[in-house]
Design a protein around this ligand. Sequence first.
Ligand code: TTP
Ligand code: MG
Length: 350
Amino acid sequence: MRRILHIDMDAFFAAVEEKRNPALKEKPVVIGGRGDPSRRGVVATANYEARKYGVHSGMPLRTALKLCPGAFFLPVDYDAYAAVSRQFKNVLLAITKTMEDVGIDEAFLDISTEPDSNETIVEKIKTGIYERTGLTCSIGIAPNKLLAKIASDMQKPNGLTVLTEKDIEHRLWPMPIRKLHGIGPRTEEHLKAMNIGTIGQLAELPLDTLIRHFGRSYGQYLYDAARGIDDSPLVTHREPKSFSRETTFQEDVKNWQTIARTIAWLTKEVVYDLASHGYCARTVTLKIRFSDFRTITRSSSTHETVGREEEIRRLAFSCLKRVDLTGKKVRLVGVRVGNVKARVEISSHH
Ligand code: TTP
Ligand code: MG
């Protein structure tokens, strides 16, 4: 039987901000965009105080302001959160190297072969993180990733939930289907139309019904997930598939020069990321979103991988030439490099 631990930091961006500015403590705090609710942008997160007013991730900042006019609005300071993310992941790596880094505020650990009990491991993690960052987290422990992730969300903030196979019937089945990783809004709609609202109701559907509605592999996935079955291993090292940067203009732009300059700047940033990871790339994709939200992409590829800024920029501009901008306003531009490969090191002889 495996022992998988999932950890998710509590109100992460907001907690980092509260830590460096104690005046925010116990006040409603909303993080998003440039921190100005009169400008365009969405809520990245809100602390638990602000959530009492109905503020949540993904909501326009303007709506958050209406719901909670007294909140403190702060811009997203991604670099600061990434630095804290590295700190808490170092605490996890001191427990075991079998860690899957899932995102800025969450990770899985495989603690199957650790001699310590769950309680001891959790104690080490929680105190270690608190000492280094001053932040709290919520932890779930279960026989697999699917259940561990559900568990970490069951008692937030600063929680610990252990789920075993015995808990599936009483604790998993009453939950709404969207709690299952891999069920998005569209599948939820589809299942609602079949009168399926809980994980338990999903578990009553025969496999062939699920396959008929969702195809062989996804149907099988739903069948297993409803029973708390998940064999997926931890992914401890991820090769990047692509690097990208995009930006939304504060006001929609018509001017070709402005668009071209922004693309050149985004290219520079992407090339920096690519180079600092030791990669080069074969494909450059340009993304343009117009003021009516219509979004197009254009790609250019080379036979040999390239990594120099002027090479990538040339590809990005060859994409731009294939976009008809006449009479249109641009809301967002993005540059992505794909088909990346580790750069071949030239060994030096002494
Ligand atoms: P979450 O773990 O989903 O949220 P949270 O840590 O703020 O709160 P909770 O206590 O419920 O875990 O996401 C982690 C961070 O990712 C969050 O602090 C901000 C960022 N984020 C976004 O930028 N946009 C989003 O839509 C979501 C959901 C999160
Ligand atoms: Mg979190």
